[in-house]
Design a protein around this ligand. Structure first.
Ligand SMILES: *Cc1c(COP(=O)(O)O)cnc(C)c1O
Length: 366
């Protein structure tokens, strides 16, 4: 079987460095919010081109904490509306509702599956306070258009960069393209930990300071609590692993881009619709998604031919039971169509040329 993503192989490349970091941390005896977390935060801020990076427990918390911090700073209040793509991983939407805000779904552009700037403008009301563009599958949204709408309407822009570590938009990295950004270091992401992890990047000093307190019980100083915070911290061990892997992120993304370029050129089956790329730098190919009618038959065919695939995602958020009382009577036909037809082919920094060739051949013979 050609695996969809061989995480064991991805991480065994760093085995020695991981083991020596584990020994160092065992000997030091400091496990949470220590020097490794600080070192990683500095390195990741530098990498993204932002003044601040704050490590947290996971990507969902990263997004929630951004919204909670804006509430503490008085820029957003409970019940305000946040614009978010209708086709995203549910975490983007959960972050909004968990922070006591109202997710307003916006349909994507059919070609890129990214939030449609024209429809953003149509969804703005007097309650809209922010836009949450999701750089889905690793491709950056149209940030110039989104930022100019935000400026005109005095809205905040919070990037969901959980799938786009390292992608570059006109010289600037994902994470530096709005007012703040949430990252996930879930093991399968382009920069993945050996467990859960996340981070926020921003150039906003007040926001960064507030989030630093919120992630640690609302406390800047031990046993003094300014806010009703949470416990959402990055482990020293995960920070050490992430620092090791950060040095390889650009190379890994380059390999993903090379594989994607081959798929785009060599998959020629007219039954398979290839993804649309705005600009090669803007896509780091967290996922290589194609679309086809009779998606389930296509997936069965690939499985029978030893190509493992995954569907991102089978059910759109507005059809989930968790949100059955939201968006009643509204329909999001483009998102539904994407969810019906989409399927992800194997892509990773450790897939071999031979495996890529086999995938191409098998897809073309369908
Ligand atoms: C993975 C992901 C998240 C959530 O990250 P976790 O670390 O799993 O909490 C949020 N948004 C998107 C688009 C994601 O893909």
């Amino acid at each position: 079987m050609i695996p969809f993503l061989d995480l064991k192989k991805v991480n065994l490349r760093h085995q020695q460095a991981f083991e020596s970091n584990l020994r160092d941390i065992l000997e030091k005896g400091w496990f949470i919010l220590g020097s490794k977390v600080e070192e990683f935060e500095k390195a990741f801020a530098l990498y993204c081109g932002t003044r601040h990076c704050i490590g947290v427990a996971n990507g969902l918390d990263a997004l929630i904490l951004i919204f909670e911090a804006y509430k503490e700073l008085g820029l957003i209040k409970a019940g305000d509306e946040i614009l978010v793509p209708a086709n995203t991983y549910i975490a983007s939407i959960l972050a909004i509702s968990k922070a006591g805000l109202v997710p307003v779904l916006v349909e994507p552009e059919e070609t890129t599956c990214l939030i449609d700037p024209l429809l953003i403008e149509k969804s703005i009301t007097s309650k809209t306070k922010a836009i949450l563009p999701v750089h889905l599958y690793g491709q950056l949204c149209e940030m110039d258009a989104i930022n100019s709408i935000a400026q005109q309407h005095n809205l905040l822009v919070v990037e969901d960069s959980a799938q786009s570590h390292g992608a570059i938009y006109k010289g600037k990295r994902s994470g530096s393209l709005g007012n703040a950004s949430g990252f996930s270091f879930y093991p399968g992401k382009n920069l993945g930990a050996l467990g859960d992890g996340g981070a926020i990047t921003t150039n906003d000093d007040a926001l960064a300071n507030t989030i630093k307190a919120l992630r640690n019980y609302g406390s800047h100083k031990k046993y003094e609590n300014l806010f009703q915070g949470v416990n959402s911290r990055l482990d020293e061990l995960q920070a050490a692993f992430l620092l090791e892997k950060l040095s390889m992120l650009d190379d890994d993304n380059k390999v993903r881009q090379q594989i994607a370029a081959r798929y785009l050129k060599e998959i020629t089956n007219p039954k398979v619709v290839l993804p649309t790329v705005n600009d090669p730098d803007q896509h780091v190919w967290h996922l290589f998604t194609v679309r086809t009618e009779n998606r389930d038959a296509f997936q069965d065919y690939l499985t029978k031919n030893n190509v493992q695939t995954v569907i991102h995602y089978p059910i759109p958020p507005h059809k989930q039971k968790a949100y059955q009382n939201y968006w009643i009577g509204k329909s999001f036909p483009l998102s539904e169509k994407i969810h019906r037809n989409i399927i992800s082919l194997p892509i990773s920094p450790v897939i071999t040329n031979m495996e890529v060739e086999q995938v191409i051949e098998i897809v073309n013979s369908y």
